[in-house]
Design a protein around this ligand. Structure first.
Ligand SMILES: NC(=O)C1=CN([C@@H]2O[C@H](COP(=O)(O)OP(=O)(O)OC[C@H]3O[C@@H](n4cnc5c(N)ncnc54)[C@H](OP(=O)(O)O)[C@@H]3O)[C@@H](O)[C@H]2O)C=CC1
Ligand SMILES: Nc1nc(=O)c2c([nH]1)NC[C@@H]1CN(c3ccc(C(=O)N[C@@H](CCC(=O)O)C(=O)O)cc3)C=[N+]21
Ligand SMILES: [Mg+2]
Length: 295
């Protein structure tokens, strides 16, 4: 069982020492988060980031707006933050209410402050294997694989879920060339999604050396469909009501108890990709602060 919390502590140490150097130069990294409405996952995530920032010696702030805020007001706010030199990194929590164009909002954030890596220029660079802000959740999966020593070159990888914010960037990192400006995993990557017939999903899973579950469907990945010894990275975050206690609990997309007996590596939920994603946002914020103009 791969501890995302333990790996996140490693990254925190690296980020903490980089932060201390920047602070000594009078350039304390600052992360600003804009949160619209009351999406539960976004609130959890925002709290975890604020806690990590203070732990690492950065400063952070969260700006709350009601669901009724207009796109125009949001664009004005983002523009103000883009021009504020005390802000190193800026991210807008997703999802946004229906009346927003998420693309317009992501593209409004200055690319050099875009610690989510969702600006179209950063996505373009990601797809062209150029150095860029890598989306935190994808970076988290990448670092878990690297720091656990899981081999990717020439391996079969199955990514379940192809959303632009999660599945796609994960697949992009793993399939691309290791000898480029942004090195990739050189794996053979297949992406499954809602239209993938279940028998086909099972067939692909049985061939995969690495399975990355990012669909948001509890118990989608069961032990019977996996290859013995496969590495299983669970990105899913689902809140399920316990049938016995009635309490809400967090589960991933993987049937953890059964799969941990068959898999070579497995990342748990909670305590896997989540804490690593938080650490990677912090790392992106330090990168943004380093690259910020100092004149
Ligand atoms: N740990 C972390 O840091 C983070 C975790 N998450 C979690 O990861 C999961 C995915 O997030 P996100 O990508 O934003 O979610 P989306 O809902 O945007 O995307 C889900 C993807 O899974 C696919 N899918 C849905 N049902 C199935 C199925 N039965 N079989 C195969 N594929 C399916 C969808 O296909 P289609 O496009 O065809 O509909 C879609 O591509 C969620 O549980 C989310 O909470 C998200 C962000 C960060
Ligand atoms: N612009 C934007 N960027 C995002 O990256 C983004 C977003 N919006 N909106 C919401 C989703 C979700 N997400 C999480 C990341 C970490 C945890 C996390 O820390 N999870 C812990 C604890 C979770 C808990 O206790 O509820 C864990 O898995 O162990 C959760 C959720 C990032 N997202
Ligand atoms: Mg789709």
């Amino acid at each position: 069982v791969v501890s995302g919390r333990e790996l996140a502590r490693q990254i925190h140490k690296e980020v903490q020492s980089d932060t201390a150097k920047l602070v000594a130069q009078g350039n304390r990294p600052h992360l600003s988060v804009i949160l619209v409405g009351d999406d539960h996952a976004s609130h959890t995530y925002m709290r975890n980031k604020a806690r990590a920032a203070s732990l690492l010696g950065m400063s952070s702030s969260t700006i709350f707006r009601p669901s009724s805020v207009s796109q125009e007001e949001m664009l004005e706010l983002i523009d103000k933050f883009n021009r504020d030199r005390s802000i190193s990194g800026l991210l807008v929590q997703l999802p946004l209410p229906e009346h927003f164009s998420e693309r317009a909002i992501c593209n409004a954030v200055a690319p050099e402050k875009d610690v989510d890596g969702f600006h179209i220029v950063n996505i373009g660079k990601l797809c062209l294997d150029q150095r860029c802000m890598v989306p935190a959740t994808a970076a988290a999966v990448w670092e878990i694989i690297r720091r656990t020593g899981i081999e990717t070159v020439g391996k079969n990888v199955l990514v379940v879920g192809h959303s632009k914010n999660v599945g796609m960037p994960i697949a992009m990192l793993l399939h691309s060339d290791r000898n480029h400006e942004r090195p990739g995993g050189d794996a053979t990557v297949v992406m499954a999604h809602r239209c993938t017939p279940l028998p086909r999903l099972k067939e692909l899973a049985s061939l995969a050396d690495i399975v990355i579950a990012a669909a948001g469907v509890p118990h989608l990945i069961t032990a019977d469909i996996l290859k013995e010894g496969a590495a299983v990275i669970d990105v899913g975050i689902n809140r399920l009501q316990d049938p016995v206690t009635g309490k809400l609990r967090l589960v991933g997309d993987v049937d953890f108890e059964a799969v941990k007996e068959k898999a070579g590596f497995i990342s748990p939920v909670p305590g896997g990709v989540g804490p690593m994603a938080v650490a990677m946002v912090m790392k992106n914020t330090v990168t943004a602060a380093k690259n910020a103009p100092t004149y």
